[in-house]
Design a protein around this ligand. Structure first.
Ligand code: GLC
Length: 497
C-alpha cells in the first residue's frame, strides 16, 4: 500500500482550465488519477484571463505574499476544484503578469517578460505552502516555466520547512527551455552562486530548465525511450551534459489517456459511439467526417488523418512534400486538422484546393472535430521528428484508427509494428524522417487496407484492446515520489550526522 502523499503540482497550464499542449492534459489527468488513488493533490497555476470551468472559484480575503529578490508582491488567491476530482487548485491572480489569455505570451505581447512571469509562479508556489501551513512531501514541477522552484528548495529554503520537500521535474518538451537575461537571478531572489555553467547559466544567460534539472531531487520524462534520447546531443537540446550528470536520478514514464474524455463507447462528442465488439458507429463517424472536411463521402476509400500543431517537431513538412505524389498514385483521402507554422498552413490549404474531395484541410483547433477525426479516420499520421510521448497516437489506437508513426520517443514505446501475414501489431512504424519513408509507409498501410482487410481489422482490434489508462502510469509516479522522498530524507539525515 502506497503512503498517502501530499503533492503540490506547479504548472503553467492545466486542462480543462487552459491548454496549449499535451503538458496541460497530463497535469490535469495525472492530478485526477492521483486524487482518485487517495493522495492529497493540490495544484498551483496562474489565473490567466478567460480560464474555462472556473465559475465556482472563490477568492480568498488574505492576499498571498510572494517574496522575490528585494521586493514583495501580493497576489490574490482563488480556490477551486479540478473538475471530476477533489483536488484543490490555487489560482494566482496577478494582473501585471496574467491579465491576458495567452499562457506563454506576456501582456506586452511577446515572450520578453516570461522570465519574471514564471519566476513569480515558481516563488509563489513556495510561499503558498507557508500561507496554507501545508508542507508537501513532493513538489512536482512541469517544464521550464517551473524550473526555479527546485532551486528555491535547495537554496533560500534549505533551512526552512519547505527545504524538506522533495522535488520532481517532469520534462515534457526540451525544445523550450526558458532563456532570459541574467538579471533574472536577482529579480527572483536567488543567490548569485546558482548562476553557474553546470546549473542555471547557459552561454551567459539564465536557462530555467537547466537550473531545474540540476536541482530537482528526481527527474523524469514522458517515455522510457525519450529518457535515453535526451542524454544524447541530438535529443538533449543542449542539455545532454546535465542530463547525463543526473542520469542516475532520471526515469521515463509514459503518459496515460484520460478515459473519461477519450473512449469511443461513451464519447458524447461523436455522432455515434462504438466499441471493439461493434464498429458500426465508426462508419457513421467516417461519413460525417468526410462531409465536414469536404471529402467525397465514400465508406470504401481509406482516410488518413492528422491532428497536430503544425510545427517542425511534428514532421508534417514531410507530408506536405509528398501530398501531390500520394494523390496521384493512391486511392486515399487525407484530412489535416491543425494550426501553427504559416508556411505549412498554406501548403495544406493549397493541397486541399488542388485536390477537391480528396484532400481536406481545417486550419484551427477544434476539440469536437478532433474527436470526430480520431473516430472517423482509418489511419492516423504522426511522422514526428521527435516526440517525448505523444497522446494522439494512443487516442487513435483506442478509437480503432491504426497510427503511422516515426520511430522516436514515446511513439516507439506505444505503437507496435504491424507484422504482415500475421495481423500482429497496432500500427506502422518507419525509421527515417524523409518524405520517401513516409510515402512508402502510407503505401504499405494503403495496400493492407485494400488487400488484407482481415489483417487491417485485426490491427484495429489490437489497438482498441490496449490499456492506455492513467492507472498504470499513476502508480509509477507513486514510486517516483517515494524514490524522491527517500532521497530527500537521506540527504537531510547525512547532513545532520
Ligand atoms: C509535449 C510533448 C508530447 C507529450 C506532451 C505531454 O507536448 O511534445 O510528446 O505527449 O508534452 O507530456
Amino acid at each position: 500500500m502506497e503512503p498517502r502523499r501530499k503533492i503540490l503540482m506547479v504548472a503553467p497550464e492545466m486542462a480543462p482550465f487552459v491548454k496549449v499542449g499535451g503538458l496541460g492534459d497530463v497535469v490535469g489527468a495525472l492530478s485526477k488519477a492521483l486524487d482518485a488513488r487517495g493522495h492529497d493533490v493540490r495544484i498551483v497555476m496562474p489565473k490567466y484571463a478567460g480560464l474555462c470551468h472556473v465559475d465556482s472559484a472563490r477568492p480568498r480575503n488574505r492576499p498571498l505574499r510572494v517574496r522575490l529578490g528585494g521586493h514583495e508582491l501580493y497576489a490574490r488567491l482563488w480556490d477551486c476544484e479540478l473538475p471530476g476530482s477533489g483536488a484543490n487548485c490555487y489560482l494566482l491572480e496577478f494582473n501585471q503578469y496574467y491579465e491576458h489569455a495567452a499562457v506563454y505570451v506576456g501582456p506586452s505581447g511577446n515572450e520578453e517578460h516570461n522570465g519574471q512571469r514564471f519566476a513569480f509562479l515558481c516563488r509563489a508556489a513556495v510561499d503558498l505552502c507557508y500561507y496554507l501551513d501545508w508542507i508537501p512531501d513532493v513538489v512536482h514541477c512541469h517544464d521550464w516555466a517551473t524550473g526555479l522552484t527546485p532551486i528555491y528548495l535547495n537554496t533560500t529554503e534549505l533551512n526552512q520547512p519547505m527545504g524538506r520537500a522533495a522535488s520532481l521535474m517532469t520534462l515534457h518538451n526540451m525544445h523550450h527551455q526558458g532563456w532570459f537575461h541574467r538579471d533574472l537571478v536577482d529579480f527572483a531572489g536567488l543567490p548569485p552562486s546558482v548562476f553557474r555553467s553546470d546549473c542555471l547559466e547557459s552561454m551567459g544567460e539564465v536557462n530555467m530548465l537547466k537550473g531545474g534539472v540540476y536541482h530537482s531531487t528526481k527527474i523524469n520524462t514522458v517515455s522510457p525511450t525519450h529518457a535515453r534520447e535526451i542524454q544524447e546531443p541530438e535529443g538533449g537540446g543542449g542539455l545532454h551534459h546535465v542530463l547525463r550528470y543526473r542520469a542516475a536520478d532520471l526515469l521515463g514514464v509514459i503518459n496515460g489517456v484520460d478515459g473519461s474524455e477519450w473512449n469511443p463507447a461513451t464519447d458524447a462528442l461523436l455522432p455515434a459511439t462504438y466499441s471493439a465488439n461493434d464498429l458500426n458507429g465508426k462508419a457513421l463517424c467516417k461519413a460525417q467526417m468526410q462531409q465536414t472536411y469536404g471529402l467525397e463521402v465514400n465508406a470504401d476509400i481509406p482516410v488518413f488523418a492528422v491532428i497536430s500543431r503544425l510545427a517542425e517537431q511534428k514532421g508534417l513538412d514531410l507530408l506536405a512534400a509528398i501530398g501531390d505524389r500520394l494523390m496521384a498514385s493512391m486511392k486515399i483521402q487525407i484530412a489535416v486538422l491543425g494550426i501553427g507554422d504559416p508556411e505549412l498552413e498554406s501548403a495544406f490549404r493549397v493541397l486541399a484546393a488542388r485536390h477537391p474531395g480528396r484532400f481536406g484541410t481545417h486550419i484551427g483547433f477544434n476539440n469536437k472535430l478532433a474527436h470526430l477525426t480520431e473516430a472517423g479516420a482509418d489511419f492516423f499520421l504522426m511522422p514526428s521528428r521527435f516526440e517525448p510521448c505523444g497522446l494522439n497516437q494512443m487516442y487513435s489506437m483506442i478509437y480503432g484508427t491504426p497510427p503511422i508513426v516515426r520511430a522516436t520517443g514515446g511513439l516507439i514505446d506505444s505503437v507496435e509494428q504491424y507484422i504482415e501475414g500475421q495481423g500482429a501489431g497496432t500500427g506502422f512504424v518507419f525509421q527515417d524522417a524523409t518524405p520517401d519513408a513516409l510515402y512508402y509507409t502510407i503505401g504499405w498501410a494503403c495496400s493492407t487496407y485494400y488487400d488484407r482487410p482481415e489483417e487491417y481489422a485485426k490491427l484495429q482490434q489490437n489497438g482498441m484492446q490496449r490499456d492506455f489508462s492513467w492507472d498504470a502510469s499513476a502508480s509509477t509516479y507513486e514510486d517516483l515520489y517515494s524514490w524522491a522522498v527517500d532521497a530527500r530524507n537521506a540527504a537531510f539525515a547525512s547532513k545532520i550526522s
